[in-house]
Design a protein around this ligand. Structure first.
Ligand SMILES: CCCCC/C=C\C/C=C\C=C\CC(=O)SCCNC(=O)CCNC(=O)[C@H](O)C(C)(C)COP(=O)(O)OP(=O)(O)OC[C@H]1O[C@@H](n2cnc3c(N)ncnc32)[C@H](O)[C@@H]1OP(=O)(O)O
Length: 281
């Protein structure tokens, strides 16, 4: 994919400074040359639905951030009210056989890249973050969320079962008892509830403040040996990463089998209809 490079002047809390910015249609990477922190912004209107292209783009941007020696990665959204609506249901509803395989493989790749990223990661959750959106946020090491939005793994409410590795990300943030109950209930948490339970680390009043708080978190590693930090993080996350790496073919087949069940297709169709009806009203 062609990626256009440009230098731009952007304002921030500490005043205007130069950032190196790489843009594709679906994500933007901006590296602050003062802090060395990269902001990875999802930009797929209308709701940052995670389709094949956005997932591939995310993975490519994560690799780019690791390759350009950034000091950290902040994941956020260009949409002022939606971080990500999760997986694009259109990829799973009446799917094309080859594309849906590529789609799930791209999701596995994006998760492995983000959860296993060698750089410190934080999510500035500047909007709603259901299901796959919550997966991305909980794959990061730190979360700052804006008020009056919701976050959670709502899969059971859609008649879907979250795979083990979705649970792994959730479990790396929440105590097992809370995670199990929330997943079984398909519970969406408000910002206040998420803060109280520990699903997010901090609340912020504005996106700029959220980005600043994420940057402060990444700054806490300034005096830590980066190789020791990266290896320590990888040791903590190795079991979950290795589990998916070693079982990804079976995971794909399980997904395909599950998604092709007539009852699951029917449920997704009804859910899509309800979303479209709501959007019209
Ligand atoms: C043991 C075996 C295990 C094997 C594994 C098997 C299966 C696992 C499979 C799947 C896992 C899936 C995880 C997911 O991520 S599923 C997606 C879940 N997401 C949601 O439920 C969110 C739905 N969306 C919303 O709640 C709202 O849209 C939102 C709060 C995000 C935003 O609200 P807003 O009012 O601003 O916008 P809307 O008017 O609702 O939407 C605008 C537009 O976008 C469409 N849309 C919204 N979300 C999605 C989506 N996730 N996918 C596709 N399209 C979406 C919506 O329909 C509107 O479209 P249109 O009417 O304008 O065309």
């Amino acid at each position: 994919m062609m990626r256009s490079k440009l230098l731009s002047l952007v304002p921030c809390a500490t005043g205007p400074f130069r950032t190196m910015s790489t843009t594709t249609k679906l994500t933007t990477v901006e590296v602050n040359d003062k802090t060395g922190i990269a902001t990875l912004t999802m930009n797929r209107p209308p709701v940052n639905g995670l389709n094949l292209d956005l997932l591939r783009d995310l993975r490519q941007s994560i690799a780019e951030i690791e390759g350009n020696k950034s000091r950290g990665l902040i994941l956020t959204s260009s949409n002022p009210t939606i971080f990500s609506a999760g997986l694009d249901i259109m990829e799973m509803y009446k799917p094309d056989k080859e594309r849906v395989r590529a789609f799930w493989t791209a999701l596995q790749d994006a998760w492995l890249a983000l959860y296993g990223s060698s750089v410190p990661t934080a999510a500035a959750i500047n909007g709603h973050s259901p299901a796959g959106g919550c997966l991305l946020a909980t794959s990061c090491e730190y979360r700052v969320m804006l008020p009056k939005f919701t976050i959670g793994l709502n899969e059971t409410k859609l008649g879907i079962v979250a795979p083990m590795w979705f649970m792994s990300s959730f479990l790396s943030v929440l105590p097992r008892r809370e995670a199990e109950r929330a997943l079984n209930q398909g519970r969406m948490f408000t910002t206040d509830e998420a803060l109280q339970i520990g699903l997010v680390d901090e609340a912020a009043g504005t996106k700029e403040e959220a980005l600043e708080k994420c940057a402060q978190f990444i700054g806490t590693f300034a005096k830590v040996n980066p190789i020791a930090r990266a290896l320590t993080k990888q040791q903590f996350r190795a079991a979950e990463l290795e589990q998916l790496e070693s079982e990804r073919a079976q995971d794909l087949e399980k997904f395909l089998f599950f998604i092709n069940q007539p009852a699951v297709q029917k449920g997704l169709g009804i859910y899509l209809e309800s979303l479209k009806k709501k959007a019209k009203n």
